[in-house]
Design a protein around this ligand. Structure first.
Ligand code: NAI
Length: 306
């Protein structure tokens, strides 16, 4: 299998490393900066003997090298600096993402497209429009990361293994995201039986601002290890047709009364992309929170196009 990663920055290069070192796919790493993706690819090729794999990594500035990719991941664009919201990146990243999508799709017209660039839900919509792909072959990475962050915070709080914790986060990637503690469990035991409401609320808040917490600590960039891991998991689920249920930004057509927008939903991922969106029984306030996400994303789509 072949995955093309557009944008060889921190998320893109770490994703490339994960994909080859976990023996999931060969990788083509594309960037506009000359020499940089080539250097990273050579570095990763030289690590193969130590890491013990035979995967190929190509670094390039030319989309011709991306032909026939099974998956194209777009991480190209600007990342946040302290004081910036994801929406501050809107116009610049919209141009970059639409351009990258068109160029990649010329070479791989039936690929599956995964967006990572922020603001995530907006970029996923714009890329879908530019791609001409059916909706199920386009998705955004955010929910896996947000759920992983929530999982980490619960694990730290309870002192139990992160592997026993299952979390559910819906909605958009940003302060409006909708973590659903009712659907979170520690190996089947509802989280709501293990923690009091104020503690859960505190962890929910930390999850909502998890990206910002790291931006403020790092000062020179934003998170990339957990984002790369999360994207890698989605690639693996698709390439190995695993039917895993993961939260991803998927195209809504009437779910919860929401139409024509990409938002985080639990989805079954397989070789055709988003094979199913799982329907949850949500409360009125959870539905209202989701509608609010959808409205905000739609406004930002309009703003990006203005
Ligand atoms: P970075 O700055 O390290 O890398 C971005 C790369 O994109 C740079 O190498 C740059 O040269 C390249 N680039 C810019 N314009 C390009 C173009 N037209 N064609 C090809 N490459 C181009 O940034 P980082 O940390 O890798 O983040 C990348 C994006 O992912 C940001 O927008 C960031 O906000 C987003 N992100 C999203 C997450 C999510 O959960 N969805 C999580 C983490 C980051």
């Amino acid at each position: 299998a072949r995955v093309s990663v557009i944008g060889a920055g921190r998320v893109g290069s770490t994703l490339a490393q994960r994909l080859v070192e976990k023996n999931i796919a060969d990788v083509v790493l594309v960037d506009i900066v000359e020499g940089m993706p080539q250097g990273i690819a050579l570095d990763l090729m030289e690590a193969r003997g130590v890491e013990r794999h035979d995967r190929q990594i190509i670094g390039t500035n030319d989309y011709a090298d991306t032909s026939n990719s099974d998956i194209v991941v777009i991480t190209a664009g600007l990342a946040r600096k302290p004081g910036m919201s994801r929406e501050d990146l809107l116009k610049t990243n919209a141009k970059i993402v639409v351009d990258a999508t068109k160029k990649a799709l010329e070479r791989s017209p039936n690929t599956i497209l995964i967006l990572v660039t922020n603001p995530l839900d907006v970029m996923t919509y714009l890329a879908w429009e530019a791609s001409g792909l059916p909706t199920q072959r386009v998705m955004g990475m955010a929910g896996v990361l947000d759920a992983a962050r929530f999982q980490a915070f619960i694990s730290m709080e309870l002192g139990v293994s992160i592997q026993d914790i299952h979390t559910m986060v819906l909605g958009n990637h940003g302060d409006l995201m909708v973590p659903i503690p009712r659907y979170c469990t520690v190996n089947g035991v509802p989280l709501t039986e293990l923690m009091d409401t104020p503690t859960i609320e505190r962890l929910v808040d930390r999850t909502r601002t998890g990206g910002t917490e790291i931006v403020n600590l790092m000062k020179t960039g934003s998170a990339y290890f957990a984002p790369a891991s999360s994207t890698c998991l989605m690639c693996e689920a698709i390439l190995q047709n695993q039917s895993r249920v993961l939260p991803v930004a998927a195209y809504l057509q009437g779910e919860y009364g929401i139409n024509d927008v990409f938002l985080g939903m639990p989805c079954q991922l397989g070789s055709n992309g988003v094979e199913k969106i799982l329907k949850l029984d949500l409360t009125d306030s959870e539905k209202a929170a989701l509608s609010h996400c959808a409205d905000t994303v739609r406004e930002n789509i309009d703003q990006a196009k203005a």
